[in-house]
Design a protein around this ligand. Sequence first.
Ligand code: FES
Length: 98
Amino acid sequence: MTMTILKVNGQMVEVTAEPNTPLIWILREQLGLVATKYGCDKGSCGACSIHVNGELIRSCVFPLSAVNQDDQIMTVDGISQSKYLDTNQKPHRAVVSA
Ligand code: FES
C-alpha cells in the first residue's frame, strides 16, 4: 500500500492504495465520490469518466500510479458543486424555426 496525496475537485486529499488500483475505486470507496459510476470495467462505456488536467479519462482503467499530486482531478461530484454550473441562471429556451 502506498499513501498518496491527490487534488480532487479542488481539495487536497490523502489516499492509501496499491499503485495499480484503478482510480474509480479510490474515488468511490475512499473518497465517497459515488457519482463516478461503475459500468463495463473495460474503458468502453464511459460511466466512470472523470477529468484529469482537463482531459477526459476512463477511471476504471486509469491506475493511481498514473496521477501525481500536481494533477487536477475533477469528478461529476465536483462539477455539480463548482462554479461551472450556475444554478441561479434561468433556463435557456430552445428556439425552433418552422
Ligand atoms: S466502467 Fe465503463 S468505461 Fe469505465
